[in-house]
Design a protein around this ligand. Sequence first.
Ligand code: ZN
Length: 253
Amino acid sequence: MIQEARNWIDAARRVVVLTGAGISTDSGIPDFRGPQGLWTQNPLAEKMSNIHYYLADREVRKLSWQNRMASPAWTAKPNAGHAALVELEKRRKLHALITQNIDELHQIAGNSPDKVIEVHGSMRRFMCWGCGMRGPMQLVLERVRAGEEDPPCRDCGGILKSDTISFGQQLVPEVIDRAMQVAAEGDVFLAVGSTLQVYPVAGAVDIARSAGAKIVIVNAQPTPYDDVAHAVLPGSISEVLPAILGSAARSLQ
Ligand SMILES: [Zn+2]
């Protein structure tokens, strides 16, 4: 299966990639729903991820800011899976990288920001719920470190949050439209570390398949799309991605 997937990618002109939490777990960022997942371990974390609780309850926000400061993502480094996607871009085969992750590890690894479509936003930016202002998250975290428990927007006094899509919050239509459009433009659609259970993003697989792309799924657990995929590779993402995406010269070493 690995060799077959590799051949498709070697032959492809445009590879569209969708990544989920599974690609970042080898960088030490826990998954939400897995056995070691954030929600499994701390039910309060789910409340903090819900926009209605967040806006309504200052205590939830105070905890959220502490949680953001303590996130393992601030010190996380990209892993071999991220590096393999950078190599795919260097081979000029990466058409677009749709990601459900908010950690920006793809950009940190070296993928061009204009290739990365962040359907759930980024934890490295803040946004104001009142006026929509955005900026680097570290600016707000500095205020929290300096003693502000729930720092308000300096422009309008509104509630600040990370520039991510919380539960109960609408996705950004332009971002989703772009993701669905690129999904139809690849010869190979590679889904990595995503449970493919969250819509509309998971629907990108249907779009890619209808458009004639080979569907390759790399995920530790089964997904609802395994039956329609052309290849399902359940191994470690950090091992499987370099094996199927690396240049031919490298694979011969
Ligand atoms: Zn504001």
